[in-house]
Design a protein around this ligand. Structure first.
Ligand SMILES: *Cc1c(COP(=O)(O)O)cnc(C)c1O
Length: 400
C-alpha cells in the first residue's frame, strides 16, 4: 500500500474511460434471465440483448435438470479433472457433445474462453501457422498469443485474403497450417463461409477450426451449428463452443474434434490441467439440454420464426439492418450519440438493448444490437417494434 502513484494512475484511466463514453456500467437484474427481466428499480423490461437464443437460461426444465444433478453429484469436486474431478456426468456430457457435433471426442472447460485459450499452444509450435479472421473473438486472439506458431490475419470473411495468407504461409514453408474463424460473428450476425473455407483448406492442405459460441444449438436444420448450416459436418478439424449461451446459459465451454487432438489437450492444455472441473449441476443441465434439442427442433424453429418476423417488421418500419438470417440483428444508427440516445430511450420505453459504437464497431457504424430468443412471444416482439417506431420517430431516425 506504499505506491500511491499506482492508484492515482488507475483513477485517471477510469476517469478517461468515463470522459470518452467507454465506461461499461453493469445493469443489475433483480430476476432470473428471460424474455422479460425485472430491473433493480422493480420495472419489468423486455430483454433483447441476451445470448439466450433458445430461452433456456431461466427455464424451469433446465433448472430442474441442474437440481437433479446437484442432488446426485453434489455441489462441486474441489479438484481438477485428472486428480479426482471427473464424474460419470462429465463423461456423458462429452460423449453427448461429440454425438451432437458429429465429432470423435470432446473435452470440457470452465468456459469457452479457456477452451480457446488452451487449444493452440499444445497443438502447434514455431514450425506451424495460424491463419485467423481479423474479427475473431478475444479469447482466440489470446490463445494464439500463448502459442509460438506464426500468425497470419485475413480480413473479416474475405476469402480472397484468406487464400493470400494461405499462400504466404505455404511460401514460408510452414509445416501445419490451421484456419481459425468464429462460426458466427456476434457484432454483425455474419455467418462464416465454411463451405469455401473447407474448399480452401483442402486446396492448401490446411486444418480448420471454428468457434461455435453464437451457433451451437440453433444454426443448421437440426441446430448442430454453422458446419451443419454450411453443409460441412465432419469436415471441420476442431470445434470450440460455450455452454453459456444457447446451450443452457450458465457457464462452461468445450473443444471437440479427433481423438488424438482431444487426448493431447487432456494431457497438455493448461486451463484444463490447472483449473477446477466444471460443476456437476452444469454438466447435468447441459446434458438435459442436448437431449431436449436433439429430440425436437421446436425451440430452434421458434427462434428462427421470431428472427424472420423481427427482421421483416423492423425494415418495414423503416430502420436499416445488416441483412442476414442470424438472430443477432444489428439495427444501424451510424452515429454513436444517436445509438446511445436511442438505447436510453428504449430503456425508458421498457426495452433492454445494447448500443455499440467505435471502437467496438468501425467508426460511423454505431448500432443497437437486437438478439432474438425462442422465449420471445409475438406479443412481446410487437411491443418492442412499437417502441422502436416511437423512439425512431422521436429521434428523427425514421419518418413520421
Ligand atoms: C461468448 C464467446 C466466448 C466466451 O464464452 P464463455 O464460455 O463465456 O467464456 C468465446 N468465443 C465466442 C465467439 C463468444 O461469443
Amino acid at each position: 500500500m506504499s505506491d500511491q502513484a499506482f492508484y492515482s494512475s488507475l483513477q485517471q484511466k477510469l476517469a478517461t474511460l468515463e470522459d470518452e463514453g467507454l465506461f461499461k456500467p453493469e445493469r443489475v437484474l433483480a430476476s432470473r434471465q428471460g424474455a422479460e427481466v425485472v430491473a433493480q428499480d422493480g420495472r419489468t423490461l423486455i430483454n433483447m440483448c441476451a445470448n439466450n437464443y433458445l430461452g433456456l437460461s431461466g427455464d424451469v426444465e433446465t433448472q430442474e435438470a441442474a437440481a437433479a444433478a446437484l442432488e446426485k453429484y453434489g455441489y462441486g469436486l474441489s479438484s481438477v479433472r485428472f486428480i479426482c474431478g471427473t464424474q460419470t456426468v462429465h463423461k456423458e456430457l462429452e460423449q453427448a457433445l461429440s454425438n451432437f457435433l458429429g465429432t470423435e471426442d470432446t473435452i470440457l472447460y470452465a468456459a469457452a474462453f479457456d477452451a480457446n485459450g488452451g487449444v493452440f499452444e499444445p497443438l502447434f509450435d514455431e514450425n506451424d501457422a495460424i491463419i485467423s479472421d481479423a474479427l475473431n473473438h478475444a479469447s482466440i486472439i489470446d490463445g494464439v498469443r500463448l502459442c509460438k506458431a506464426a500468425r497470419y490475419r485475413y480480413a473479416n470473411n474475405d476469402m480472397a485474403d484468406l487464400e493470400k495468407q494461405l499462400i504466404a504461409a505455404l511460401d514460408a514453408g510452414k509445416r501445419h497450417k490451421i484456419i481459425v474463424t468464429d462460426g458466427v460473428f456476434s457484432m454483425d450476425g455474419t455467418i462464416a463461409q465454411l463451405d469455401k473455407i473447407v474448399a480452401l483448406a483442402e486446396k492448401y492442405g490446411a486444418l480448420t477450426m471454428i468457434d461455435e459460441s453464437h451457433a451451437s444449438g440453433f444454426m443448421g436444420a437440426t441446430g448442430r451449428g454453422t458446419h451443419e448450416h454450411c453443409g460441412v459436418i465432419g469436415k471441420i478439424d476442431i470445434i470450440t463452443g460455450t455452454l453459456g449461451k444457447a446451450l443452457g446459459g450458465a457457464m462452461g465451454g468445450f473443444t471437440s474434434g479427433k481423438k488424438e487432438v482431444i487426448e493431447t489437450l487432456r494431457q497438455k492444455s493448461r486451463p484444463y490441467l490447472f483449473s477446477n472441473t466444471l460443476a456437476p449441476m452444469i454438466a447435468g443441465a447441459s446434458l438435459a439440454v442436448l437431449e431436449r434439442i436433439s429430440k425436437s427442433t421446436e425451440l430452434r424453429d421458434r427462434l428462427h420464426e421470431n428472427t424472420a418476423y423481427f427482421r421483416q417488421e423492423i425494415e418495414r418500419i423503416g430502420f436499416t439492418i445488416k441483412p442476414g438470417t442470424h438472430p443477432v440483428v444489428p439495427v444501424m444508427l451510424f452515429e454513436a450519440p444517436v445509438a446511445q440516445k436511442f438505447a436510453a430511450r428504449m430503456f425508458e420505453l421498457g426495452v433492454l438493448l445494447s448500443g455499440f459504437f467505435y471502437p467496438v464497431v468501425p467508426m460511423g457504424q454505431a448500432r443497437v444490437r437486437v438478439q432474438l430468443s425462442a422465449a420471445h412471444t409475438r406479443e412481446q416482439l410487437d411491443t418492442v417494434l412499437k417502441a422502436f417506431e416511437q423512439a425512431g420517430k422521436e429521434l428523427g431516425i425514421i419518418k413520421n
